[in-house]
Design a protein around this ligand. Structure first.
Ligand SMILES: Nc1ncnc2c1ncn2[C@@H]1O[C@H](COP(=O)(O)OP(=O)(O)OP(=O)(O)O)[C@@H](O)[C@H]1O
Length: 865
């Protein structure tokens, strides 16, 4: 009976423990995949599927990738949400009795990458773990490529929503949780469709959460969670402990790099819900998911990868603490005013490498000599940066100055020990500088002089034997040997030991040659070993300086972030907003920072805004399509966000109160993919806003009710406005753009509502957009004129005008006839109208699209005619 080969059995045993992973099984110069992995991955990576003898009658499906190209393939798999387990020989084949032992030496998942090539410089790569109990939840985010840990524990009345919202702040690429959580469809959809995160599970990874506290204590070398400020946060400790256990189990060096814990609560950062993040295009555009065209794109003029990550993080988490905002504002102000100093600083910063990620590789022992040179080059910039920051007056810049460690010891050590341009391939050595280690120098000189010595031996042997054609040569089989042609064989001395006979010559070795050979050969082996040893020592020393380097990295990233804000403010004529306590937002000549930069040649028209918690709580904004309503509303939210990260804002002046949450309901959502209708998405977003907005929130509503029939839509829109202005608890500041002109009557009916419109000028058939917001409602919607501008064929435009005229005159005629027609004609009209009334009664308005409503109007109009 045929039986599976021992190696295939070994493969299957290892695979059984890594069901969720693609197993990269190292065989010689290849990583091989077998069975289902081979079938799936050959398709995914477009590899040839072959077969391997496995002892059974059928060959095992197999595909493979070269060892040296593995990183590229792994990256492609990770980007597509796979997890990869790397399996290597864990026993020296020479020592093995029978089959060489193999095991998984590292699991690579989206959240555990540390390789520079696999990570985006400008983005943190978080792995999150969450834990829920009753009404409380805890989330822990860790970036093992930088060592940062963020922790929160909150009590919530809307658990799923708040927890998912929290998760979306950091956009983790991998989420660790209880498998049972994914039973809730809402959570599952969110993690896969919104976050695009890969899930890992406590249960399946064999994590014992009851051990969390001791895991945490051990990892941070503390006697209890209280030392980490987590005395009252049992759930957070569970989430953190679970995460550390997962990393310990899956990573070679475990969670070693995780060092800086930041505990935060919901009162620390502005809450921008995921819909608002997307709609406001803070870090990526809605359609193309790019950076260009976002607020991040405008503000990010940082010079270092660390600065870029901090800029992104700050935009994702604007502050709500006045003292913190003021601290940043003061620093930006000083850098704004000191423009020469700032420009010098930015020059220096452009030579600073990614200290955080370099140190991760140093700590994990994977940094190469080139990376140590990058550390030294960075250290070379630090004295100038420290000196340039010495004269600053504000607290934050002074702190930064204090925190910069000059890393002189590291610069000297690397400069003395590592060559300036270390080779890419370390196999042949050559990366330790001459003069650093005397033993190394001696071995090297022996190797370099070997040729000369051989030449000397050749000449002396020729002289000794009188054989003119005697040559000393080298090959891999005998090492060094003497070659004598057949005609001189009688002159060969007895001390020569014959090794090989060829057609024309004989080959010999001598005692002297062999001794030399041993010296030279061991010297080159010793060189490699010694270089490696020295390099490890240097790297170990640098790893021991982690704390100081980490502090410097944080200081430098802050400096870079602040310089960027000051630079952008100076370039674009921004002003420092005044933070006020009265709940109002007053902006003079505000501009949308992104649209302003995207306008090709034309000038952005600035606009004023005034909202407060009293008479100006809601601005109802009407105006034609394309007038600039959405731009205006987003601009207000974006200026608030800018102010709360400490930035200047595009305006001539701004007095802004701190906003706790920003909500938006803008346009169609991409939830259609998740199987919800546009209207459902719209309504659930509105419901969410009505439930969660507070008096300090800013709400942007762009045409709510558009996804249903006109009357339903208008009724909903009106009811929402009434609720928002009446409900005592709400009283948030709202900008509400609408095409339902009927809503403008609410200004007279409700306290706190003000009408505005974005003006246009009409000349004949043409309209000019003035882009200026003015008090009062719009008189016209100019839909047809805008359609013409958009390139709708002339014929259609003309026909639309006719229809519009008919509709308008129809309304007029009905009114006029009703008011003044004689009795009998009124009777006829009554008949028609009662028929229409009957039809209306039977009509299911909910089921109508605007288009169907329009065609019904035509039908009824025909009836009257
Ligand atoms: N203040 C402004 N100055 C200059 N150009 C502007 C201004 N505001 C908007 N625009 C330009 O007008 C375009 C349309 O603006 P926006 O989308 O805000 O209009 P809208 O009124 O919301 O339209 P719709 O009702 O059709 O959604 C923008 O893409 C921008 O190019």
């Amino acid at each position: 009976m045929s039986k599976l080969s021992p190696m295939m059995q070994q493969y299957l045993n290892i695979k059984a423990a890594h069901k969720d992973h693609v197993l990269f099984f190292r065989l010689g110069d290849f990583y091989e995949m077998f069975f289902d992995d081979a079938v799936n991955i050959s398709k995914e990576l477009e590899l040839t599927l072959t077969g391997k003898d496995c002892g059974l009658p059928e060959r095992a499906p197999m595909c493979g990738i070269p060892y040296h190209a593995a990183e590229t393939y792994i990256k492609r798999l990770i980007d597509r949400g796979y997890k990869v387990a790397i399996c290597e020989q864990t026993e020296d084949p020479a020592q093995a009795k029978g089959l060489v032992k193999r095991d998984v030496i590292r699991v690579i998942t989206p959240g555990t990458l540390i390789e520079g090539d696999m990570l985006e410089d400008s983005k943190n790569n978080y792995i999150a773990s969450f834990y829920v109990k009753g009404k409380a939840f805890a989330v822990c985010f860790a970036d093992i490529s930088t060592g940062e840990v963020y922790l929160t524990e909150q009590i919530s009345t809307n658990l799923n929503n708040d927890m998912l919202n929290e998760l979306s702040k950091f956009m983790p690429s991998e989420v660790l949780c209880h498998e049972s959580f994914l039973k809730a469809k809402e959570i599952k959809d969110f993690l896969s469709n919104r976050l695009h995160a890969v899930c890992s599970f406590y249960e399946r990874e064999g994590i014992d959460l009851s051990e969390s506290e001791s895991v945490v204590k051990q990892h941070f070398a503390v006697s209890g969670p209280e030392e980490l400020g987590l005395a009252e946060n049992g759930l957070a400790v569970l989430a953190l402990g679970g995460l550390i256990q997962y990393l310990n189990q899956t990573q070679h060096d475990g969670a070693k790099r995780l060092s800086q814990i930041h505990f935060y609560n919901e009162t620390q950062y502005m809450n921008i819900d995921i819909t608002a993040r997307r709609n406001l295009e803070i870090t990526e555009t809605i359609r193309t998911k790019e950076k260009r065209g976002t607020l991040l794109w405008v503000l990010d003029k940082t010079k270092t990868a660390m600065g870029k990550r901090l800029m992104r993080k700050s935009l994702e988490q604007p502050l709500i603490n006045l003292a913190e905002i003021t601290r940043r504002q003061n620093a930006v102000k000083e850098l704004f005013e000191e423009d020469i100093l700032r420009s010098d600083l930015q020059d220096q910063l452009s030579g600073v490498y990614d200290l955080e990620r370099l140190m991760t590789r140093v700590v994990y022992g994977s940094a190469n000599p080139r990376e140590l040179r990058s550390l030294a080059a960075t250290a070379g910039r630090l004295p100038a940066i420290k000196e340039l920051t010495a004269s600053f007056q504000c607290e934050m810049l002074k702190d930064i100055h204090e925190q910069i460690d000059l890393m002189e010891d590291i610069a000297n050590l690397v400069d003395n020990s590592i060559v300036e341009e270390p080779p890419f391939n370390l196999k042949d050595g050559g990366y330790i500088k001459p003069g650093f280690n005397s033993d190394l120098d001696e071995y090297r000189s022996l190797c370099t002089n070997a040729k000369e010595i051989i030449k000397g031996i050749e000449e002396s042997e020729r002289e000794k034997t009188g054989i003119k054609g005697l040559k000393v040569k080298y090959n891999k089989v005998f090492g060094y040997y003497i070659e004598v042609t057949n005609s001189n064989l009688d002159m060969v001395p007895d001390t020569y030991i014959r090794k090989q006979t060829l057609t024309n010559c004989e080959r010999y070795i001598t005692q002297e040659l062999k001794e030399l050979e041993t010296k030279v050969l061991t010297a080159s082996e010793k060189i490699l070993a010694l270089e490696n040893e020295i390099f490890h020592e240097v790297r170990k020393y640098i790893a021991s300086r982690l704390d100081g380097i980490q502090r410097t990295a944080i200081a430098v990233s802050k400096l870079d972030f602040l310089c960027s804000l000051a630079f952008v403010a100076a370039q674009n004529n921004y002003v420092c907003p005044q933070i006020v306590p009265d709940g109002s937002l007053e902006i003079k000549n505000g501009r949308h920072p992104v649209v302003e930069q995207m306008l090709d040649g034309s000038v952005f028209v600035p606009n004023d805004t005034y909202l407060d918690q009293k008479d100006h709580r809601m601005a109802i904004i009407t105006g034609p399509n394309m007038a600039g309503k959405s731009t205006y509303m987003r601009q207000v939210a974006i200026l608030v966000i800018m102010a709360q990260i400490g930035s200047f804002v595009p305006a001539s002046s701004a007095k802004l109160s701190i906003v706790d949450r920003i909500f938006t309901r803008v346009g169609a959502s991409d939830d259609l993919a998740a199987g919800q209708s546009t209207f459902m998405v719209e309504m659930s977003e509105v419901a969410h806003i009505l439930k969660h907005a507070t008096p300090h929130s800013l709400v942007i509503l762009d045409e709510i009710g558009r996804g249903t029939s006109t009357f339903d839509g208008m009724s909903i829109a009106k009811a929402v406005v009434e609720y928002m202005t009446n409900a005592k608890k709400l009283r948030c500041k709202t900008l509400f753009a609408t095409h339902y002109h009927e809503l403008t009557s609410l200004e007279d009916e409700l306290e706190g509502v003000k009408n505005y419109n974005i003006s246009v000028k009409k000349r004949g058939d043409d309209i000019t957009f003035l882009r200026k917001i003015v008090p009062g409602g719009a008189d016209d919607s100019f839909g047809i004129e805008v359609a013409k501008l958009a390139g709708i064929p002339e014929k259609v435009v003309e026909r639309a005008k006719e229809i519009l005229k008919e509709l308008e005159s129809e309304n007029g005629v009905v009114r006029v006839i009703r008011e003044s027609a004689p009795q009998d004609s009124q009777m006829t009209l009554m008949n028609y109208t009662s028929e229409i009334e009957e039809k209306l009664r039977q009509l299911q308005v909910d089921a109508l699209t605007p288009l169907e409503a329009l065609s019904l109007l035509y039908e009824w109009k025909k009836l009257i005619k």
